[in-house]
Design a protein. Structure first.
Length: 94
């Protein structure tokens, strides 16, 4: 179920901007189109993304598709090992 939270009754001057990053939120409703045309009707919005919004900003503008993605936990991130050993810096001894 989409989690679009744009409320036509509560417009804000920047309702086409993502309140998290300031970029275009690509919201169909903010552009005057039907809600069914919005990206959030076909793609999930991570609940933690909505929780990052300050309470006073909720319900005023949709977040963008990029900010709507879940943020991977540190344990889920892939660590890329160094493929070759780096040489030790030369030492100078007197």
């Amino acid at each position: 179920m989409p989690l679009c939270f744009y409320t036509a009754a509560m417009p804000e001057p920047n309702s086409a901007q993502c309140p998290l990053c300031g970029q275009s939120n690509q919201c169909a409703m903010a552009a005057g189109l039907a809600p069914a045309q919005c990206w959030c009707m076909a793609r999930p919005v991570a609940p933690e993304a909505l929780q990052r919004l300050p309470p006073e900003r909720r319900g005023l503008a949709c977040i963008c598709p990029h900010c709507a993605r879940p943020v991977p936990a540190a344990a889920d991130m892939i660590e890329h090992p160094i493929s070759e050993e780096l040489p030790c810096p030369p030492t100078t001894s007197k």
